[in-house]
Write a protein that binds this ligand. Structure first.
Ligand code: KIV
Ligand code: ZN
Length: 513
């Protein structure tokens, strides 16, 4: 398989595997993903995520576990009524009450589960294998009698005695289960074990198999892919790999790996991946580390001289796929590892034309700053260049006055007066704290003439104690252009506002826009 969109290996593994043409993506961000400690969505947030998943063209969305709470039932019901292209799925134990609650939500698809490992049967459910088998059959039959599609999961399948697992799978198939999902509930298998496990289950069953891997030992993606190599036709995934404990399999990783490494279709609109990940980050408040594959801030960022030179010559040298393919952009950063080519390209982006000597002096200063342990933002680079090149130009947007009022009895409010090209503009904003209200006030003024969005905000205390100095870094965007800016100040509000203003000034053209 060779696809010009990707720069993959020419190496071919000797063992041939029979891959399906298409793998069904079953997204459980709203069910298993929400079971992650600290993650809980309002009904409206769940609807927003479901709509985004539909835009991503996920074919199956597990919207929730309706019996959990009245709010959960309402959320699943509302999502099922949205008229999405995706099939909406509800989770249920094989109990009449659970299944009735799922049916009340008017979903076309019910996912029935029960534990099958002796560990769970003996110590958690305190029952017998026979009882579990009977419950599974009754649950599947009951759901099938109501005309819905039934997927069955033997929970903790990978710690279940294989003969018993096959017996349960065959029995639920006989009574109408149309998909068998095999959960590695606590992530105990290795990729090779997963392959052999799925081969064995596949050989003994008739309906399509689905993979559901957890990431307890960091192998969820590899195990899901191994299941597919062994014949699974569906993968349970969560956006950003959210989920119980160390999470579920990441949607992003599985989808991109299937397309780029295996040449297998998923139907997913990959260009919506970054946007979907960002929405789930914001609503779950679980932020991805910079080095998260595909969606992390650094996934398509380059700083080291050799790499930047390579990427500028041909992106394929260090990017296995174009970032636009997943809705991201490639970024070159200044820092202590930066080389002449990178700094020169960044100067071009800033609209500056340093001489050879000036370029060398700028690169030296960047390295010096990097050596102090500082992350060199675009605004730092501009300040260095301005100094080296003796540029006298003033920032177009300057802060004249900022007033912030906060307290326990009022909504934090800020008013700002900015000088924009020397003219005075005033604006105000409210927020959930003094920083938020100050930034909103600035944004309200600037957005009068340019649409600038704040994409990232991070603050760290440089020193300890209540008088700590705050180091704020932001990423702001105007259309396609994204810049980073930073500021250090003893006042957290001022550090934030200064960083935002620096970023905005880098985004605005010299002439009035
Ligand atoms: O991990 C698991 O076993 C589950 C089941 C409900 C399928 O999430
Ligand atoms: Zn799970």
């Amino acid at each position: 398989m060779s696809d010009s969109r990707f720069h993959m290996s020419q190496y071919r593994a000797e063992t041939e595997v029979n891959l399906p043409k298409r793998v069904w993506i079953f997204d459980t961000t709203l069910r298993d993903g929400e079971q992650m400690h600290g993650v809980t969505y309002t009904i409206d947030e769940k609807i927003l995520i479901a709509q985004q998943l539909d835009e991503l063209r996920v074919p199956k969305i597990e919207a929730g576990f309706p019996i959990t709470s009245p709010g959960e039932t309402e959320a699943v019901k509302k999502i099922a009524a949205l008229g999405l292209d995706a099939q909406v799925v509800a989770l249920a134990r094989p109990l009449k009450d659970d299944i009735d609650r799922a049916l009340d939500c008017d979903v076309p698809y019910i996912h029935v589960f029960i534990s099958t490992s002796d560990l769970h049967i003996d110590t958690m459910m305190k029952t017998t294998r026979e009882d579990v088998l009977n419950q599974a059959v009754e649950g599947v039959e009951y759901a099938k009698d109501h005309g819905v599609f039934v997927e069955f999961s033997p929970q903790d399948a990978t710690r279940t005695d294989m003969d018993y697992l096959i017996e349960v799978c065959n029995t639920v198939e006989d009574v109408g289960a149309e998909m068998l999902n095999i959960p590695d509930t606590v992530g105990v298998l290795t990729p090779r074990m997963t392959f052999e496990f799925f081969k064995e289950v596949k050989a003994a069953t008739r309906v399509p198999l689905s993979a559901h891997a957890h990431n307890d030992l960091g192998q969820a993606t590899a195990n899901t892919l191994a299941s597919i190599e062994a014949g699974a036709e569906q993968a349970h995934v969560c956006v950003n790999g959210l989920g119980e404990r160390a999470g579920n399999t990441s949607l992003e990783e599985v989808v991109i790996s299937l397309i780029a490494q295996y040449g297998v279709e998923t139907g997913i609109n990959t260009r919506k991946i970054a946007e979907t990940s960002a929405l789930v980050e914001r609503l779950s408040s679980v932020y991805m580390s910079a080095n998260t594959p595909i969606i992390g801030d650094n996934a398509f960022s380059h700083e080291a001289g050799i790499h930047v030179h390579g990427v500028l010559s041909n992106s394929g040298n260090y990017e296995i796929l174009r970032p636009e393919f997943v809705g991201k952009t490639s970024r070159i950063h200044a820092g202590k590892h930066a080389g002449r080519h990178g700094i020169s390209s960044m100067m071009e982006d800033l609209g500056l034309e340093p001489t050879r000597e000036q370029l060398k002096a700028i690169a030296d200063s960047v390295k010096k700053l990097g050596d102090t342990g500082k992350i060199v933002s675009d605004s730092d680079l501009y300040a260095i260049a301005k100094n080296v090149m003796d540029i006298q130009e003033e920032d177009r947007v300057q802060l004249k006055q900022l007033l912030v009022v906060t307290g326990n009895t009022i909504t934090p409010t800020a008013s700002a007066t900015l000088l924009v090209d020397g003219e005075e503009y005033k604006g105000s904003g409210v927020g959930n704290g003094p920083i938020d209200s100050a930034i909103n006030a600035i944004r309200n003024v600037v957005n009068g003439f340019a649409n600038i969005t704040l994409e990232k905000f991070s603050m760290k205390a440089i020193t300890g104690g209540t008088d700590a100095v705050a180091d704020v870094t932001v990423a702001v965007r105007r259309e396609e252009k994204l810049v980073t800016a930073s500021s250090v100040n003893g006042d957290t509000v001022m550090a934030s506002v200064e960083a935002i203003l620096k970023g905005m000034n880098r985004l605005l053209d010299k002439k009035k826009t």
